[in-house]
Design a protein around this ligand. Structure first.
Ligand code: GTP
Ligand code: MG
Length: 180
């Protein structure tokens, strides 16, 4: 009805993706927004913002997702994007153990210093599971334990092969945590 369309400003959630360069943040977002994968994804310069509308239980929710650059030369810039973020996605590469320890030593420290929303919903995502067990440096159990220890939700995925699932499955718990 007309009254419904005038129901006031829509809810917009701000979600930020952080993690080392090359872990696949942009690739996960490309999968989430366009269901595509590019094996030659260029490194992100600065930050990119993407917007999408979701319909959750009949509620229109706008999701503003900020993709940040993991390269060290941007490390003075990225922390400012934690301001106002209600959701934080920490991405690591399951084949690079240091990309997980850096979540703790760098990205979660930046969160503590720069986040302004108390009780943001935080999620750890282990990416590149398609590379197989022989390439793995972090087991699913280690990833899950790490996430639990830091009060984060946890998922493993592959931006390359987890078509659709990245949107439909991986971020469900995050979105639900933000909406409810
Ligand atoms: P920065 O923008 O520098 O912070 O890096 P990023 O985290 O955005 O990484 P990006 O998405 O650019 O991915 C880096 C490389 O890893 C690209 O060549 C991707 O094609 C590749 N890649 C990303 N996700 C996956 C995955 O799930 N599996 C495989 N095999 N490769 C992936
Ligand atoms: Mg990127």
């Amino acid at each position: 009805s007309d009254t419904d369309s005038d129901a006031g400003p829509e809810t917009v959630l701000k979600i930020i993706f952080v993690g080392d360069s090359g872990v696949g943040k942009t690739s996960l977002l490309e999968r989430m927004f366009s269901d595509r994968f590019d094996s030659h994804m260029p490194a992100t310069i600065g930050t990119d913002q993407r917007f999408k509308r979701l319909n959750i239980d009949g509620r229109e929710i706008g999701v503003s997702v900020w993709d940040t650059a993991g390269q060290d030369r941007f490390s003075s810039l990225t922390p400012f994007y934690f301001r106002g973020a209600q959701g934080v996605v920490y991405v690591y590469d399951v084949t690079r153990a240091e990309s997980l320890t850096h979540l703790r030593d760098k990205w979660m420290e930046d969160y503590k210093s720069y986040a302004t929303v108390e009780d943001a919903v935080q999620m750890v995502v282990g990416n590149k599971v398609d590379l197989g067990d022989r390439m793995r440096a972090v087991s699913a159990e280690e990833g899950a334990a790490f996430a639990r220890e830091h009060g984060c939700l946890y998922k493993e995925t592959s931006a390359k092969t987890d078509s659709g699932g990245t949107d439909a499955g991986v971020y469900d718990a995050l979105i639900w945590g933000l909406v409810c």
